[in-house]
Design a binder for this molecule. Structure first.
Ligand code: FES
Ligand code: FES
Length: 166
C-alpha cells in the first residue's frame, strides 16, 4: 500500500506492507535508526515518537495508520546544531547512561513539555511512566526534564550539573 507520511517535516511517499510497523518503516525504510526497538511489545517505550503532537509507541502502530499524519523522531528535535532543551537537559543533568532508552525518553519528554511547560516532579514521572530505563534510577532523567522545562520557560535551570543518581 502507498502511504504519505510527514517525518520531521519532510513528506515521504512509500510502499509499505499492511503489516509494517511504524518503527520498522522509520528505521528500515527511512534509515532513521535513532528510534530504538527494545521489546516490540509496547512495554519499554524505546520506540516512542510523536504523532500529530502525541507521544506514541511506534511498535504499537502500523505505518499505514500514520498515513497523512505528521511524525517526529529524535532525529528531528534539534534545531540544526543547536540541541533541543530536552537534549541539553539530558546532557547537563546526566539523564542517561547506556543511552538505549534515551530517544524514547526524549520524545516522551518533548511531548510532555509541549502540553505542560512547567510540570511538577510527579507530572514528569507520570509523563515518562511508559518508558523504561535499566540504568539511571530515573532521578537524573527527572532532573533533565526539569532543566528543559526551566529553559523552555526562559528561566535559569536550578542545581549543579555534577549530581548523579543515588
Ligand atoms: S519497542 Fe516499542 S515499546 Fe518497546
Ligand atoms: S540509560 Fe540505559 S536504559 Fe536508560
Amino acid at each position: 500500500m502507498e502511504v504519505g507520511i510527514s517525518v520531521n517535516g519532510t513528506d515521504y511517499r512509500s510502499d509499505v506492507e499492511p503489516r509494517t510497523l511504524l518503527v520498522h518503516f522509520l528505521r528500515d525504510q527511512l534509515g532513521l535508526t535513532g528510534t530504538h526497538v527494545g521489546c516490540d511489545t509496547g512495554y519499554c517505550g524505546a520506540c516512542t515518537v510523536i504523532v500529530d503532537g502525541r507521544a506514541v509507541k511506534s511498535c504499537t502502530m502500523f505505518a499505514v495508520q500514520a498515513d497523512g499524519r505528521s511524525v517526529r523522531t529524535v532525529e528531528g528535535v534539534a534545531n540544526g546544531d543547536e540541541l533541543h532543551p530536552v537534549q541539553e537537559g539530558f546532557w547537563e543533568r546526566h539523564g542517561l547512561q547506556c543511552g538505549f532508552c534515551t530517544p524514547g525518553m526524549i520524545m516522551s519528554s518533548v511531548a510532555l513539555l509541549e502540553h505542560n511547560d512547567n510540570p511538577t516532579e510527579s507530572e514528569i514521572r507520570h509523563g515518562i511512566e511508559g518508558n523504561l530505563c535499566r540504568c539511571t534510577g530515573y532521578h537524573n532523567i527527572v532532573r533533565s526534564v526539569r532543566y528543559a522545562s526551566a529553559k523552555l520557560r526562559g528561566e535559569k535551570p536550578e542545581g549543579a550539573s555534577g549530581e548523579v543518581a543515588p
